[in-house]
Design a binder for this molecule. Structure first.
Ligand code: G4P
Length: 284
């Protein structure tokens, strides 16, 4: 991982998150739209059980639009407010305020009964590494952005970004650990580049990706690389040959071909691809 998640590190992250949870009403949970369940933290439901929740399907620009809608329906059916966004371009950000109100309706009603009026919702962003938390905070805060500074009664050092009169955001996101014990999750994390490539054998990873694509998006490899072969290693060889990736002796450089395929997938050049869909464990 980008982060080496060992038990001590996890405990520390959990403790930090629990401290921050005391300060907020709403958790804005970022997941990767290409794999919303696999990029979710396993403990977030338990940790956030008394909080309002909003799930943002980030990097929706890279995921299959049809499956994005299925995921939105999936979360909505569980009563969780959800939105597709692209934190990088700003797509979907305008709709957030409405969703925040939806997610915090009960809290607002409780406030009202207690005679509290117009208290802004306090929120924190949380998610596993690389899901786009910093990008989101920066782009969402860009317009509003009056840092309110340390407020009396609030933990020292905490910075709040006042987005508007109804919403304040903690400027540091909660970093959560992924479900790394599940192998299929690990593989998807590796596909999207959230694992350290150095610890993986690129060619093996690329062959796994080819297998997935052939099963779920069979036309994409032919469209981009003019592939005719079926067998994973042969496909990789064909990609390398087609892209003129040769080693010194004229042999096809399959490692380079693997790098090209992975990069094309991660950047979206291969198309908008979802790695899992609701109801099917491995997205097939
Ligand atoms: P984190 O705080 O959760 O760890 O994630 P961070 O914001 O650092 O984002 C991780 C990478 O994901 C960044 O790419 C960022 O640009 C990209 N990203 C974030 N949101 C989106 C999105 O909605 N769509 C797409 N396509 N990409 C997104 P990077 O390669 O690390 O940096 P950069 O070269 O883009 O600056």
């Amino acid at each position: 991982m980008n982060y080496q998640w060992y038990p001590g590190h996890m405990t520390k992250a959990k403790r930090a998150m629990q401290e921050d949870l005391k300060l907020i009403d709403l958790i804005i949970e970022l997941v990767d739209a290409r794999m919303p369940l696999s990029s979710r933290n396993p403990d977030i439901d338990e940790m956030g059980k008394n909080k309002a929740r909003l799930v943002l399907l980030n990097k929706a620009d890279l995921a299959d639009p049809r499956i994005n809608r299925e995921w939105s329906d999936f979360f909505a059916a569980q009563g969780i407010a959800v939105l597709e966004i692209n934190a990088k371009s700003g797509m979907g950000l305008k709709a957030i305020q409405g969703k925040v109100s939806e997610a915090c309706r009960e809290k607002k009603e409780r406030d009202k009964k207690r005679g509290i009026q117009n208290r802004p919702v306090r929120a924190m962003v949380a998610g596993i590494p690389n899901v786009g938390k910093s990008t989101f905070i920066n782009s969402y805060a860009k317009k509003a952005c009056t840092k309110t500074g340390n407020k009396p009664g609030v933990t020292k050092g905490k910075q709040w970004i006042r987005l508007n009169k109804e919403l304040e955001l903690l400027d540091t996101p909660g970093i959560l650990w992924p479900k790394f014990e599940d192998q299929s999750v690990g593989l998807k994390m590796a596909f999207i580049g959230s694992m350290n490539d150095e610890i993986l054998v690129k060619e093996e990873l690329a062959v796994e990706l080819i297998r997935f694509l052939q099963g779920t998006y069979p036309e994409l490899l032919a469209e981009r690389y003019g592939i005719t072969k079926k067998d994973g290693p042969e496909v990789l060889y064909e990609i390398g040959d087609g892209r003129k990736c040769y080693k010194k002796g004229g042999e096809v450089d399959v490692e380079k071909a693997a790098g090209i395929l992975l990069e094309d997938f991660r950047s979206g050049r291969l198309g908008r691809i979802s790695l899992e869909k609701p109801g099917k464990k491995d997205g097939q």
